[in-house]
Design a protein around this ligand. Structure first.
Ligand SMILES: *Cc1c(COP(=O)(O)O)cnc(C)c1O
Length: 340
C-alpha cells in the first residue's frame, strides 16, 4: 500500500466515476455538440452565478486563457510572488499573452488590496499598463490558505475603481468553499473570471472549467482553439467532472480533518521547526536542520509514503480522496518513529 501525499492530482477515478464516464452521451465539442460538456459548463456557471463556462483539459490552460483574454502584450498582470500562474505555468504569461507579471510579496500566498493598490501603475509612457489582478484561493504555495469574503471584496472594490478585471485561480476553490465564509455565488459576483479544477481534490482524471461572461467565454473559446485545447468527444471527461461535483465535494472536509490530524502530530515532532497554518488539505512544514527534506523524503519513501519537497528544508503533504483514515493513522505512527 502506497500513501501518496505528493499532490491531490494523484487520485484515480473510482469505479462509479468510470461507470458515469462510460455512460456519457457525447458529440463533437468543437461543434458545440457534446451535451455532457455543455451540461458541465452550464452547471458550474449556474453554481457560481456566472454567464458561461468553458471546459479545458487543465487548470494551466484555463488560467492562461483568462490572462490572454483579459490582458494584452506589454501590460502587467498583478499576482502573488508564489502564484501558480507565475511560478508553475512555464512562463505562460510572457509566452501566451506577451505580458509580464507584477509580483506582490504574499503572506501564505495571499495578497491584500493595499499591496495591490501600490503596484497599479499610473498612466505614464514608462510604465506598462496594469491589465489584470489574479488571486489564488486556496493558495498552493501558501499551504492551502484561504481568503475571507472581506479580503476578496476589498480587492474587488479596488479593481472596480481602477477598471481592472479580477481573475480567480480556483484550482482548489471547493476546498476554500468548504472552510470559507462565502458561497460560490459570492465568488461569481466578485470575480470576472474563475478557473475551477476538477482533477485536484474532486478526483476527476482531467479537466478544468473557466467561468466568465458570455462575451469573455466567446473569446476564450478562440484562445482555447489556438492553444490546441479544442477537444472532440470530451463528454467522457466532462462526465467525470459532473460525477465529482455531485459525489466528491462533501468529502473535502474529511481531507481537511486528515490534514489537521497529521498537523497535530507534526507540531509535537522535534524534527519540525515550523509549519504553515493548516486550513485545508495541504501541510507545508519546515525541518530543523538544513537540507533534511531530501533525507526525510527518502525515509518516508522506504515506508511507502510519498511526499514532495517544497524547498531544501520543507516538505509538503497533500490529503485527498485516495488517502483513507487508516493511511492517515499509519502516517502519524511513522512520523512518530522519525522523532529526532
Ligand atoms: C494545480 C494547479 C493549477 C492547474 O494545474 P494543472 O495541472 O494545469 O491542471 C492551477 N493553479 C493552482 C493553484 C494549482 O494548484
Amino acid at each position: 500500500m502506497i500513501i501518496d501525499l505528493r499532490s491531490d492530482t494523484v487520485t484515480k477515478p473510482t469505479t462509479e466515476m468510470l461507470q458515469a464516464m462510460m455512460a456519457a452521451t457525447v458529440g463533437d465539442d468543437v461543434y458545440g455538440e457534446d451535451t455532457t460538456v455543455n451540461a458541465l459548463e452550464h452547471q458550474l456557471a449556474n453554481d457560481f452565478g456566472m454567464e458561461a463556462g468553458l471546459f479545458c483539459p487543465t487548470g494551466t490552460m484555463t488560467n492562461q486563457i483568462a490572462i490572454r483574454v483579459q490582458a494584452r502584450p506589454a501590460t502587467e498582470v498583478i499576482c502573488a510572488d508564489n502564484a501558480h500562474v507565475f511560478k508553475y505555468e512555464g512562463g505562460g504569461i510572457a509566452a501566451n499573452t506577451g505580458a509580464q507579471a507584477r509580483l506582490v510579496a504574499s503572506t501564505y500566498g495571499k495578497i491584500s488590496a493595499p499591496q495591490i493598490a501600490e503596484v497599479i501603475n499610473a498612466e505614464d509612457v514608462h510604465f506598462p499598463r496594469t491589465a489584470l489582478v489574479c488571486l489564488e484561493n486556496t493558495s498552493n504555495r501558501g499551504g492551502g490558505s484561504i481568503y475571507t469574503l472581506a479580503e476578496m471584496n476589498e480587492v474587488a472594490n479596488l479593481c472596480k475603481q481602477h477598471k481592472l478585471p479580477l481573475h480567480l485561480d480556483g484550482a482548489r476553490i471547493y476546498n476554500a468553499l468548504a472552510e470559507g465564509d462565502y458561497t460560490s455565488k459570492h465568488l461569481g459576483n466578485i470575480f470576472n473570471s474563475i478557473s475551477v479544477c476538477l482533477s485536484k481534490g474532486l478526483g476527476a482524471p482531467v479537466g478544468s472549467v473557466l467561468l466568465g461572461s458570455k462575451e469573455m467565454i466567446h473569446e476564450a473559446k478562440r484562445v482555447r482553439k489556438l492553444m490546441g485545447g479544442g477537444m472532440r468527444q470530451a463528454g467522457y471527461l466532462a462526465a467525470a467532472g459532473i460525477y465529482a461535483l455531485k459525489h466528491h465535494v462533501a468529502g473535502l472536509k474529511q481531507d481537511h480533518q486528515h490534514a489537521k490530524q497529521v498537523a497535530d502530530v507534526l507540531c509535537n515532532n522535534n524534527l519540525v521547526v515550523s509549519m504553515m497554518p493548516v486550513v485545508t488539505n495541504i501541510i507545508i512544514f519546515k525541518l530543523k536542520d538544513a537540507n533534511t527534506a531530501d533525507a526525510l523524503q527518502q525515509q518516508l519513501k522506504q515506508q511507502h509514503i510519498l511526499a514532495n519537497k517544497v524547498s531544501a528544508t520543507e516538505l509538503r503533504f497533500v490529503f485527498h480522496l485516495d488517502v483513507t483514515p487508516t493511511m492517515v493513522n499509519t502516517l502519524c505512527s511513522v512520523m512518530e518513529t522519525f522523532k529526532g
